[in-house]
Design a protein around this ligand. Structure first.
Ligand code: HEC
Ligand code: HEC
Length: 153
């Protein structure tokens, strides 16, 4: 068992950022069920409206998976994402296909995370928020809620 001692001393130097992003009260069940079945139901504010649109338009071939959810659910989800999308200016480019983990804001926020944590097999992907943010399902992304110690098995 490899021990991962963790950082988190960086907090004091960090500028203020939204570290609490619970899903909005009007989140449709379809979003939780469809978009939360393979990964975290990501907070809608972490991508800009145009990037959510692109994501929703490409669900048939979604990162190698078929994530289509049916016309009605997809429309409901798309409307929801449009209502709560983040600011394109603040987030920066999300790449193509759009990824929260490719936005300039994400990169900036994670600049101090040592490379070995991204490479850890228990993290696998930057999209796997819960590997590090143990309470991500409740929208908590504070540096105080990070427990890489939780990665210990
Ligand atoms: C069948 C499984 C599946 C479903 C259902 C699914 N996704 Fe995904 N999604 C994936 C996979 C696989 C990835 C790539 C994960 C990785 O790179 O580790 C991904 C990645 C993403 C990313 C990029 C994550 C990042 O920042 O790197 C977004 C945004 C996303 N999905 C949104 C959605 C939305 C919105 C829905 C609902 C309409 C949805 N997903 C439903 C499988 C799914
Ligand atoms: C390898 C571990 C790891 C993964 C995976 C990860 N994060 Fe983080 N994240 C961190 C750490 C550590 C910090 C605190 C950075 C700091 O304070 O310097 C952080 C900070 C943040 C912040 C800023 C919080 C604040 O207080 O300002 C947000 C928002 C965030 N992460 C969201 C996400 C999202 C969304 C995902 C998935 C798409 C994700 N993170 C994936 C480790 C991770």
């Amino acid at each position: 068992m490899k021990k991962l001692s963790f950082i988190v001393l960086l907090a004091a130097a960090m500028p203020v950022f939204a570290d609490r992003m619970p899903l909005p009260a009007d989140t449709p069940a379809s979003f939780r069920n469809e978009c939360g079945s393979c990964h975290l139901a990501y907070p809608p504010a972490l991508l800009a409206a145009a990037d959510w649109q692109r994501t929703m338009a490409g669900l048939k071939d979604h990162f190698g998976s078929d994530a289509s959810a049916g016309t009605q659910a997809e429309r409901e989800i798309a409307d929801f994402l449009a209502r709560h999308a983040g600011s394109a200016n603040k987030l920066g480019s999300a790449g193509s296909p759009p990824r929260i983990s490719q936005t300039e804001r994400f990169t900036r926020k994670h600049r101090e995370v040592p490379a070995r944590y991204w490479r850890d097999p228990r993290v696998k992907s930057a999209a796997n928020c819960e590997a590090c943010h143990r309470d991500a399902a409740n929208g908590r992304f504070s540096e105080h809620d990070i427990a890489i110690a939780e990665l210990r098995r």
